[in-house]
Design a protein around this ligand. Sequence first.
Ligand SMILES: Cc1cc2nc3c(=O)[nH]c(=O)nc-3n(C[C@H](O)[C@H](O)[C@H](O)COP(=O)(O)O)c2cc1C
Length: 326
Amino acid sequence: MTADETISARALYDAARTALAAPSIFNTQPWRWHAAPDRLRLHADRQRQLLTADPQGRLLTVSCGAALHHARIALAAAGHQADVRELPDPADPDLLADLRIAGVHEPSLAELQACAAIRRRHTDRRPFTTQPVAEATCRALVVAGELEHAHVHLVGVEQVGVLALAAVRAGALQLSDPDYRAELADWTHRPPWSGEGVPTATTVRAVPRRVPIRDYAPFGGETMRPGRDTDAGARYLILFTDEDTPAAWLHAGQALSAVLLTATGHGLGSAPISDVTEVPGTRDELRRLLPGLGRPQVCVRVGYAQPGLPAPATRRPYEESINTAP
Ligand SMILES: Cc1cc2nc3c(=O)[nH]c(=O)nc-3n(C[C@H](O)[C@H](O)[C@H](O)COP(=O)(O)O)c2cc1C
């Protein structure tokens, strides 16, 4: 290998390592990276799909899209121009993306800030404080998501009640389903050494707040202290797409990552909310909040966090998710 080829191979591998910090539904980390010297390929790992909450694999693909965006940001911040082909092989729909280095790239400030935010971003399920999020900051989040070929709707103050009702309905319906309860129990009780799932210690118990969030601890268990806040200053965004296809889900995931990293860069706490999109009836209710037509993919809550960091989620050992075999 020439010196340039060695640098490219290292950058691709490092991008895959960085992408392991991406958020994923139930922290399933449903991806497999194949890092070859001249290309990096992202595969969906169907073994890690939530068959009850996500029977189509939509949120699995959204999660992989978030990982793809993390990898792209890592390459851009390291000064590499990436050539990215999404869903490049119709015969292999689980091959979600193929990345190659196409030249040098001068990273923008936004890319450097997004890359720096990767390690600092954590899902914070505690209620956010009363401090309002400035309109200009909300705009920056919308723009960041829309640059990734998805739409972002900032939920109006008058629409929050509809979102809250949808969240209550989705939570009640899901928890009344024994298959969902079994899936939830499975992914909230993974052994600590596995580095996957959502331990109840990273969640909060149900408390009064503007929009209820998914209850990860209906069976009890140690949770974070919720504090006295109620999300009074929080804002909610709905990421949506024109189509409901794997290509659209991949874009929604890249937009989700862009919104979350931009929020972190602005000093905001953030948390995805997807239960309202997992139940067909409540997904339809969200659809009616959108300007025009669209398919809601995932929501995001942003706001100013209480003092102290949320309990961080863990990750699987990187050797399990990145394969370098020829
Ligand atoms: C597609 C998607 C859907 C998610 N849905 C929810 C959700 O409904 N509620 C929630 O609290 N977190 C949700 N999350 C956040 C994940 O649980 C979180 O990313 C994962 O546990 C890893 O933790 P981290 O984000 O702190 O790294 C979602 C993440 C993704 C990518």
